[in-house]
Design a protein around this ligand. Structure first.
Ligand SMILES: Nc1ncnc2c1ncn2[C@@H]1O[C@H](COP(=O)(O)OP(=O)(O)OP(=O)(O)O)[C@@H](O)[C@H]1O
Ligand SMILES: [Mg+2]
Length: 317
């Protein structure tokens, strides 16, 4: 998690600072943050995506944040919904959080942005329509109340398939009644939120596009699919990770410039997701206690061995 919880307002587990009143977060909301925050830039910059991807994401968000109210007069007004879909470890959450920060930065001259994190697993699942009521409350009351506090609001729902299960899917048939109600509540909620707060941006992620209700996807202004990184992207992640290390330990600088090494590692790591690639870089530091004590001592051979090991064990997943 790259989100800095110092910016969490009213988290009941935190002691309050100064005169900040003690508040608990509304049901389903797991984080409230004020953006832009300087330390949020890194993840967005470190993501390697096809050319134009970041600009398209950013423009979609900025259009809704800035022009959402005016665009309601169009026949096909935006829903402010951005869907990021793709396999585990391909950067969906990182892009979603990075986008929130990048968009907040872009509109910061016009005021601050609230980032609202919603946990789709926090809603009760039972047969009494409780989850339906909770979801309705989120979209009809909670989010509009939060959105009223600042000029811009971005809502993040990670793993949205937990909330908006595709009604035509097999898993739906095993638990039809309540799931149906919850998905209906999400749809009604999206429409209600658009009517009340046309300038709110909703970024949702899913591992599995096929599990998300079609009517929800139909409301998306942008559906972006993330892919497993190719060799070139892996080279970039390896280089970027080494540059980050070099920022901390100067001695790593030559390794960060060794293009042949990056290519060699990428050829071993191809097939792994971006998260596994980053873990491989860490595992090189953990391969010898000496290096763990003094990461500047890491060698090209440590890195090669870590990549070889990741490549051998990667087949296990
Ligand atoms: N294309 C990429 N470029 C740079 N870093 C990447 C890329 N893809 C993944 N990563 C890195 O992998 C890590 C995991 O990414 P993230 O948590 O955003 O993935 P995710 O798609 O949300 O995974 P999950 O579905 O398991 O939640 C992050 O550290 C991220 O920086
Ligand atoms: Mg994720």
């Amino acid at each position: 998690m790259s989100v800095d919880h110092q910016h969490t307002e009213g988290n009941s587990h935190h002691h309050h600072h100064g005169s900040t009143p003690h508040r608990t977060l509304p049901p389903g909301v797991t984080g409230l943050h004020t953006l832009p925050a300087d330390h949020h830039d890194g993840p967005w910059d470190s993501m390697i995506v096809p050319p134009g991807t970041k600009e398209r994401l950013l423009s979609t968000a900025v259009l809704v944040l800035r022009q959402g109210r005016l665009l309601t007069n169009l026949s096909g007004a935006p829903h402010g919904l951005i869907v990021l879909a793709g396999p585990p470890g391909t950067g969906k959450t990182t892009l979603a959080q990075g986008l929130a920060q990048a968009a907040a930065l872009a509109v910061s001259k016009r005021g601050a942005t609230t980032l609202v994190e919603v946990d789709p697993h926090a809603f009760p699942s039972d047969m009494l329509g409780e989850s339906q009521r909770a979801v309705s409350k989120l979209f009809h009351d909670t989010l509009p109340e939060i959105a009223a506090r600042r000029p811009h609001t971005v809502v993040l729902i990670d793993e949205v398939e937990a909330l908006a299960v595709r009604r035509s899917s097999a898993s739906f048939e095993t638990n039809p009644v309540d799931v149906h109600r919850a998905t209906d509540a999400v749809l009604a909620g999206l429409d209600a939120l658009r009517a009340k707060c046309p300038h709110v941006v909703l970024i949702v992620t899913t591992n599995f596009l096929q599990a998300v209700d079609e009517a929800v996807l139909s409301r998306a202004d942008l559906v972006l699919t993330t892919e497993l990184p190719n060799a070139e992207t892996i080279e970039g992640i390896v280089r970027g990770s080494l540059e980050e290390l070099a920022g901390q330990w100067q001695e790593v600088r030559p390794l960060a410039k060794d293009k042949a090494l990056h290519a060699e590692m990428a050829s071993l790591l191809v097939g792994l997701d971006g998260r596994r690639v980053r873990k491989t870089m860490l595992s090189a530091l953990a391969s010898r206690t000496e290096v763990a004590m003094e990461p500047g001592l890491v060698t090209a051979d440590d890195l090669r061995r870590a990549a070889q090991f990741a490549s051998d064990t990667g087949a296990l997943f």
